[in-house]
Design a protein around this ligand. Structure first.
Ligand SMILES: [Zn+2]
Length: 283
């Protein structure tokens, strides 16, 4: 089943997926996953509710991945999606640095803006500053729909206001329609959610197929695009990355480039902090 290309799926919400999918991912070449915090549909009204989520990812989720020979690393953060009580979220952010120092954590994220209220902006900026102070990269999610302009503008303001290094920030859930909003910011990575066409009944994000991925490669080069499955609560294909790699190889994209897209670029981006520990040491 494997197309023979190692995969580091650096944006996948495995805490919403089944163990069966871990098995399919493993046989298709997924060696490592990065599981960030995200919307789960539960309003968090206490700081403890955030901490429970962190513990779930670092504990049970890492053990589930390991059962299939997959290494799991995590990104932790307080996103806008499950915001309940603002003071609870603030207390969770206060405690975030101590969780970020735990083994297996290699980034802050995913950070998000839902309605862009001043409170959301405050949490967003504070966590970008925490990422900088902790020497960790940050992962920022671009919400479904729209052009990505609002997230790009908030990110640009935060970078200017706090003197952040854009090369330490990655945006995820971007494709041809949203990438232009970010291309002037000098960010370190563009997380491209890839999948062959999928007409699942509960789809959340639009995914990028092999033809669009090839066009992105021509426009943006092969150094910053980072493929991921972006599997979450919605319908999705655990073989998505491997299948897109196969399609791209069949249209003539070289093995070296495919390895960069599937593993190397994300590996390099998240390695900069010195906190990413994976068995494979180079792409
Ligand atoms: Zn996500």
């Amino acid at each position: 089943l494997t197309v023979g290309i190692p995969i580091f799926d650096h944006h996948v919400h495995m805490d919403s997926r089944s163990a069966n999918e871990y098995e399919l991912m493993a046989v298709s070449g997924v060696e490592a996953v990065l599981v960030p915090c995200t919307f789960t549909g539960e309003r968090r009204n206490s700081a403890d509710a955030y901490f429970q989520r962190f513990e779930r990812i670092l504990g049970l989720e890492a053990r589930r991945a390991a059962a299939f020979g997959i290494e799991l690393v995590a990104a932790l953060g307080v996103g806008a999606g499950d915001l309940g009580d603002i003071d609870a979220a603030r207390r969770a952010v206060d405690a975030l640095p101590s969780y970020l120092r735990r083994e297996g954590v290699c980034a802050v994220g995913e950070l998000s803006l839902k309605s862009g209220t001043p409170e959301e902006i405050e949490l967003f900026e504070r966590q970008l500053v925490i990422a900088r102070d902790e020497g960790l990269p940050a992962m920022v999610e671009v919400p479904p729909g729209g052009s990505g302009q609002e997230t790009a503008a908030a990110l640009e303001r935060a970078i200017r206001k706090h003197g952040l290094r854009p090369e330490t920030i990655e945006v995820v859930d971007v494709g041809a329609a949203k990438l232009p909003a970010f291309s002037h910011l000098g960010l370190g990575g563009y997380g491209i959610p890839v999948s062959p066409a999928n007409n699942g009944l509960f789809a959340i994000h639009c995914k990028v197929d092999a033809a669009e991925a090839k066009r992105l490669l021509e426009s943006y080069g092969d150094r910053r695009l980072m493929f991921n499955s972006a599997l979450h609560l919605g319908s999705g294909d655990p073989l998505a990355i491997a299948r897109v790699l196969l399609h791209m190889r069949c249209t003539g994209v070289s093995e070296d480039v495919l390895i960069r897209l599937a593993y190397g670029n994300a590996f390099e981006f998240f390695s900069r902090s010195g906190r990413l520990q994976l068995r494979r040491r180079a792409a």
